[in-house]
Ligand binder design. Sequence first.
Ligand code: SF4
Ligand code: SF4
Length: 247
Amino acid sequence: MSYCQNKTTSCAACCGIYNLSFRKEELLHWIKQNTESFLQTDISKKENIVRFRELGEKKIQNQKISQEIYVCPFVGFVAKGKIGCLLHPTGSPHPQISLYAHPQNFSFYGEAICQGYNCFSKEKEAYGKEASFLQNMETYVYGQLAGNYRLAQCFQEIAEQENISLSFVIELFILFMQKVKKTLHYSSFELSLSKQEKQNPYFIVGAMLDKFQKPEERVEITEEAKKIGMQFRKEVAIAKASQKKVI
Ligand code: SF4
Ligand code: SF4
């Protein structure tokens, strides 16, 4: 399985999409709008692509959580339910994309970075053989998990600590997010690892679900984050006990 693009789902976390203060529906709407607007753009004129980028960047300027993390306006739907790069030389749905040998060079990062970059999670194959389990998830959630190395580490630690499988922890985590109506506010890109390294994995999970703190500061594990983490721990314990009963 490819971490970035696989059969049914995909990730674009490193293009900055989770650095927007959008709810899930708003984020998907923004991605849809990018796609429609880009497909309607006559890209045979280079200035139209440049203008698309400038307008796109401006539009989300005030929605960025951290000003230090770039959000690329060329993120769009490249296939049904799959998010990806509207400038990708072979993956873009734009019919005129083949006019350019290196269309990603119109972007902020440029082709070498866009195509050469591997997040830590992908590089370290953070989910190991359990990665295929993630394929069945909807793209929004998949993208939040796939590139989030610190979260993957927490899941691993919890799985070991509780003596349960990694896929079971991930499954419980997704159910937990739905139950408490929370969404992930950080990816490894924003979370300061140094301060969190020796923390209880449940607290870090809680911190990722707690509301975003000031982006300029290092993320603190608040009392609320601990509370959320402990709630998740309780869910894991309940699920583990009922699993034993079934066995
Ligand atoms: S964050 Fe990682 S897994 Fe996601 S698209 Fe980027 S490199 Fe791929
Ligand atoms: S141009 Fe680069 S940063 Fe922008 S969407 Fe494409 S791959 Fe992501």
